[in-house]
Write a protein that binds this ligand. Structure first.
Ligand code: MF3
Ligand code: CO
Ligand code: CO
Length: 258
């Protein structure tokens, strides 16, 4: 597949899809409390996406994924399947939302805590957040994919955490996962140069222990091999004429003025 450049009209549709995905995360945050199950979080998001937003939850039936959102708790790296598990105080959870609106995808995830997190869980989530933003701040026409990976990897490894290698960011648009692959590690001055009109995700997965992961027999759930904690954040971003525009900012970040 080749990299797609979005027209002005397509960019507008991507803006809408991105905003809707962010609004789901804004909505679900208050529900993340000890005692709720990940199935309940899935159902609330599903109802909101289909009923309020008149949009489609992209994960549902995507290559056989059985639910509408991904919920990745503690040592789950990504693609956790919602189920009967109840969150307990101190659990860290990544909620990953992808919606399709008017044919275009918006993809974003954040970390949440049920009750009070451990010092390590909080530091890990903060490091993954900072790493995502350092990667995003590299984005501009002419910059190369290796610049993004290098910025992320350098920050994570400085904190003595590790970057997951097997999963990466991606181009996004009419398809959920388009070219290019956006690696969260790499070397500056290498890789594909970016162009205005590209839309892609940056979504580093950061492990407290070693980088190695394994896939559970359900075919989806990815966990750290050493069972250490893992954290992830994700935004969908448009490359503009002179930099970037984050399409999945939450309401707080979108607000202008004092
Ligand atoms: N939202 C994930 C991503 O960031 C992909 C989830 S695929 C699913 O690319 F099938 F697990 F939903
Ligand atoms: Co993604
Ligand atoms: Co995602």
């Amino acid at each position: 597949m080749t990299v797609t450049i979005k027209s002005a009209e397509e960019q507008d549709k991507m803006r809408t899809a991105g905003r809707l995905a962010a609004e789901v995360l804004d909505m679900i945050g208050d529900y993340v409390k000890p005692g709720i199950t990940t199935d309940e979080l899935d159902r609330i998001c599903h109802e909101y996406i289909t009923g309020v937003q008149d949009a489609i939850p992209a994960p549902l039936n995507y290559r056989g994924f059985p639910k509408s959102i991904c919920t990745s708790v503690n040592h789950v790296v990504c693609h956790g399947i919602p189920g009967e598990r109840r969150l307990k105080s101190g659990d860290a959870i990544n909620i990953d939302i992808t919606v399709i609106k008017d044919g275009y995808h918006g993809d974003t995830s954040r970390m949440f805590f049920a009750g009070k997190p451990s010092v390590q869980a909080k530091r890990l989530a903060e490091t993954a957040f900072e790493a995502m933003w350092l990667g995003i701040e590299e984005l501009a026409p002419g910059k190369q994919l290796g610049d993004i990976g290098a910025a992320i990897q350098q920050h994570v490894e400085k904190q003595r955490f590790s970057v997951v290698r097997e999963y990466c960011g991606h181009g996004i648009g009419r398809s959920f996962h388009e070219d290019p692959q956006v690696l969260h590690y790499g070397r500056r001055g290498t890789g594909m140069p970016l162009k205005a009109g590209m839309t892609l995700t940056v979504e580093p997965m950061v492990n407290a222990g070693k980088a190695a992961v394994k896939l559970l027999p359900d075919g989806w759930t990815v966990v750290t091999k050493d069972h250490s904690l893992s954290a992830q954040w994700e935004h969908t971003i448009l490359i503009t004429g002179d930099g970037y525009e984050v399409l999945t900012l939450g309401a707080d970040a979108r607000q202008a003025g004092p």
